[in-house]
Design a protein around this ligand. Structure first.
Ligand code: AMO
Length: 466
């Protein structure tokens, strides 16, 4: 009856037929995922049960009468056993790096480090590699040159230890975010296409911007300072670009900068205190949530609860005296000096971190606040970790006239920085902040001797692919 009325009304043009059709072919996406597959981390609680698991075949080791089939799941490796007695498929159907859905029974096994293994019953192969891999990825460690490792990144990152590096990096960032959120910082996203460089020097990428000129941001410096006037405390974790022509183990042309900036500081030491707490929080966060990767890479976490601080020129003198070295550059550290300072601080205090403060004004950017007692030095600092600079930070100039004068003294044209100078002109509290190089920190934490190991797809003088 209803159908007849409905059809009659359609005929009479009482409904918009197009609308009826589109309603009928629509489907509701209600956020409910059909949980047909188990979470690999739940397997330990499913002993005795038959489960379905997704993943890739990482390694097949054929033994006499059975085979170990190691599956790579989203975070861990799962040991599966193939045995023609209970496996209802041929082992020949499995290839390393095939993506599969397996069905198997979780059985307790005391010999396994995780206490269980999966006895394979059935397998559904979703995709298979069309040819053999150009590089072996399923050994304990990648045994290749750094170039081979990086050239084949889409697959070499599948190695369990390679991918663990970036889980730990994720953990560091989650720890930073968690800490900064508790300290009432607001996360921001500043532009990477910019009208001027913030850090000076020639290491800036220039672009054609619709016939005009633009640059890739060397840092979020101007924007994080602007946002202090809005939210008082801000942070950003994002890529920055440096057109460095150096081919060294610590320079990348694109790196991830962890920046924060905070207002109403009483001294630049407030920034150092905040950084020490942030580092310790993220180390604790790693310990609590990333033990799998930390154990895999045998990481020894440092202690950041108390970080010694030393003035730059005193550190230079100390290194010269202790190691009987001539001071060649009074305005900066040579990389070797950073390592020697680390050795000295570690031996005398036990700390693997050291803050070096009061860097020479000549070596710091135009926004750095000078020490009122000695204008030759700035209220700034670097943080060195295991012999490498990982952070630069300090207090900024907030007075308009002072900032204008310093720019003029440096031969800059203030009219080109009008939008930045609005913050000084229209009132900004005493403030400061820092930038930490995520790859440098990760590399030193994991005792890697080249930042490229801590960059998923590094960009350097020779590398734009993959
Ligand atoms: P700076 O230029 O010293 O300061 O950079 C801050 C931190 O970024 C890292 N870093 C790099 N990492 C890899 N490759 C590079 N080419 C590279 N250059 C720098 C280092 C360094 O300590 N705006 C200021 C920060 C601030 O004062 O807030 C700045 O960018 O770990």
């Amino acid at each position: 009856m209803y159908l007849l009325v409905f059809l009659y009304r359609i005929k009479k043009g009482m409904y918009d037929v197009k609308y009826i059709i589109s309603v009928n072919i629509m489907k509701n996406i209600n956020g409910v995922i059909n949980k047909a597959f188990v979470e690999p981390s739940d397997l330990i609680n499913l002993i005795g049960r038959t489960v379905k698991l997704t993943g890739s075949i990482y390694k097949i080791r054929v033994m006499s009468g059975f085979a170990f089939v190691i599956m790579r799941t989203r975070r861990s490796l799962v040991q599966c056993i193939y045995n023609s007695e209970y496996s209802e498929f041929s082992l020949e159907n499995l290839k390393e790096e095939s993506c599969v859905i397996v069905t198997g029974e979780v059985v307790a096994d005391e010999r396994s480090t995780v206490g269980y293994e999966l006895q394979l019953k059935m397998v559904e192969v979703l995709s298979s590699p069309s040819e053999g891999l150009p590089v072996v990825i399923n050994n304990k460690c990648m045994d290749t040159s750094i170039d081979t490792l990086l050239d084949h990144r889409p697959i070499t990152l599948r190695n369990e230890k390679e991918r663990a590096i970036f889980k730990i990096q994720e953990g560091l960032c989650r720890g930073f975010r968690e800490f900064l959120t508790t300290q009432n910082f607001t996360e921001i996203h500043s532009p990477k296409l910019v009208y001027a460089g913030a850090e000076g020097g020639a290491n800036i990428f220039k672009l054609d911007y619709f016939g005009g000129e633009a640059f890739l941001a060397q840092s979020p410096q101007f924007y994080k300072q602007m946002m202090v006037g809005v939210y008082e405390r801000v942070y950003e974790i994002a890529p920055v670009y440096r057109a460095e022509k150096h081919d060294t183990s610590r320079h990348l042309n694109e790196y991830i900068s962890v920046d924060f900036e905070m207002g109403y500081i009483e001294s630049f030491e407030d920034i150092m205190q905040m950084e020490a707490k942030m580092l310790q929080h993220s180390l604790d966060f790693l310990r609590a949530n990333y033990s799998y990767e930390l154990n895999l890479l045998k990481v020894v976490l440092p202690d950041a609860t108390a970080i010694p601080a030393i003035k730059f020129h005193e550190a230079k003198q100390l290194i010269a005296t202790e190691f009987k070295r001539e001071i060649k550059d009074m305005e900066d550290f040579e990389p070797e000096e950073e390592k020697l300072l680390y050795e000295l601080i570690k031996k005398t205090t036990g700390s693997e971190f050291v803050f070096v403060t009061h860097y020479p004004t000549k070596k710091r950017p135009f926004y750095a606040m000078e020490d009122s007692e000695n204008s030759e030095v700035t209220l700034s600092f670097d943080l060195l970790f295991r012999g490498l600079e990982i952070t630069t930070g300090g207090q900024r100039i907030h007075d308009y006239k002072l900032q204008l004068q310093k720019m003029k003294d440096r031969g800059m044209k203030p009219e080109e920085f009008e939008s930045y100078l609005m913050i000084h002109k229209y009132g900004i509290p005493p403030h400061g902040g820092l930038g930490l190089g995520l790859e440098r920190y990760t590399a030193r934490l994991l005792e890697k001797n080249n930042v490229r190991y801590a960059s998923m797809f590094p960009r350097d003088l020779k590398r734009l692919i993959p």
